[in-house]
Ligand binder design. Structure first.
Ligand code: GLU
Length: 426
């Protein structure tokens, strides 16, 4: 026997209840067609597989794996693969729904999906991780494909995992198919700028918001970021680059704080050597909970979901809350923040859409075998994020609602229009 022990109630997910409640609220507000409502409340397809793989000690671990396809009315399903102990059918479904809204709100010709394995990948060696990834890919092989459903990285997965997925898929089909996944290494058809895009996108949205709010982004703008992974680290780098002062960041272990500002470049070098942010010279230690309540201009939760709750929502001291993570704010907290009226909240499906937007660019480049410069990519990313922000802003003014509701109105309306015009088969 080994130490891998899965199992949890499949649909038992706070995130799913949260995402469905958000959908139901907005659907009522826009008097969504009842047939469309019934269909969008649940995913179109969900696949559960059990993934056996050999551990280095010779034993075989079996873990549950998932791929949930929520809606493909606007184009092929699209969304990441998450390796985390909390992954179950409910969580993956919630994340797949969020992907449908996300691609629709920024105007990509893609649907929404998500996948994952219920495991803590930090418990695995590189070889174990590779064997698990290859077997998982093989188990879901008939469910994915460049015209059908295109996976990408999410929490607990990275470029290397995407490379193994692409290689496994290609071997089974008999030829090289880079366009089956995005977020790949550049060497095998990945896109310039994809790695930084989730964090860069958050800052682009912040820039678009600041313009509307007539707010200057400079050294007086203090930024606190929870998470120093794919979203948080890139957001910190870009925030510093545009002249803001990053005063606190964190990782799974703990956070660091310096009200005078952290040198993000030096912090990257520190994390490269020491793996964690703790002990960074000149910083003071804070917990992940304390970090969220630090006084700042911009708070970016860019780690896991459900961190802003009814317990801490009243204690936040930020002016702008830009959701880098998927589902960081519970619905109860969302209501408290809305009622406070002193925090401008930019919801996840808008704020963190930079990753999937550059994933879309990567897929298009792979399909054409024609690659763009990083400058072109960042320019196109800015145009899409800026336009999406303005559209959501306009809707929020027209409908007299906050940005979360406005984003959902836009996304759900766009998808439902596509569904209505396509009609019902047969
Ligand atoms: N996992 C990322 C997200 O939640 C990226 C998805 C993608 O690129 O397909 O948006």
């Amino acid at each position: 026997m080994n130490h891998i022990k899965p199992i949890s109630a499949e649909w038992d997910s706070d995130l799913l209840s949260q995402v469905q409640a958000q959908f139901e609220r907005v659907a009522r507000k826009i008097s969504l067609d009842q047939n469309i409502f019934n269909r969008l409340r649940v995913p179109e397809k969900a696949l559960i597989v059990s993934v056996p793989f050999r551990m280095d000690d010779g034993s075989v671990a079996v873990v549950p794996g998932y791929r949930v396809q929520h809606n493909d009315s606007l184009g092929p399903y699209k969304g990441g693969i998450r390796y985390h102990p909390s992954v179950n059918l409910g969580e993956v479904t919630a994340l797949a729904m969020l992907m449908s809204w996300k691609t629709a709100v920024v105007g990509l010709p893609l649907g929404g999906a998500k996948g994952g394995i219920q495991i803590d990948p930090t418990l695995l060696t590189r070889q174990e991780l590779q064997r698990m990834t290859r077997r998982y890919t093989s188990e879901i092989i008939n469910f994915i494909g460049p015209e059908v459903d295109i996976p990408a990285p999410d929490m607990g997965t990275n470029e290397q995992v995407m490379a193994w997925m692409m290689d496994t898929y290609s071997h089974q089909k008999g030829y090289s198919i880079p366009e089956v996944v995005t977020g790949k290494p550049i060497a095998i058809g990945g896109s310039l700028g994809r790695k930084e895009s989730p964090g860069r996108g958050v800052i682009y949205i912040l820039m678009a918001a600041a313009e509307k709010l007539k707010m200057k982004l400079d050294q007086k703008t203090t930024v606190v970021i929870q998470g120093f992974g794919q979203v948080g680290a890139a957001a910190a780098r870009k925030a510093e680059k545009i002249g803001c002062r990053v005063i606190a960041v964190s990782d799974v272990k703990s956070g660091i704080y310096n009200p005078k500002g952290l040198d993000v470049k030096k912090l990257f070098a520190w994390v490269e050597k020491k793996k964690f942010v703790q002990g960074f010279p000149g910083s003071e230690r804070v917990t992940n909970e304390e970090l969220l309540e630090l006084p700042c201009t911009v708070l970016i939760p860019a780690a896991t979901g459900g961190v802003i709750t009814k317990k801490n929502a009243a204690k936040l001291k930020c002016k702008i809350l830009a959701e880098g993570a998927n589902g960081p704010t519970t619905n109860e907290a969302d209501k408290i923040i809305h009622d406070r009226k002193d925090i401008f909240l930019i919801p996840d499906i808008l704020a963190n859409a930079g990753g999937v937007t550059v994933s879309y660019f990567e897929w298009v480049q792979d399909l054409q075998n024609f690659f763009w410069s990083e400058k072109e990519i960042n320019k196109k990313l800015w145009e899409i994020m800026n336009r999406a922000f303005h559209e959501v802003w306009e809707t929020s003014q027209k409908e007299k609602c906050n940005l979360r509701t406005a984003s959902l109105i836009r996304a759900i309306t766009k998808i439902s229009q596509a569904m209505l015009v396509r009609g019902l088969f047969p």
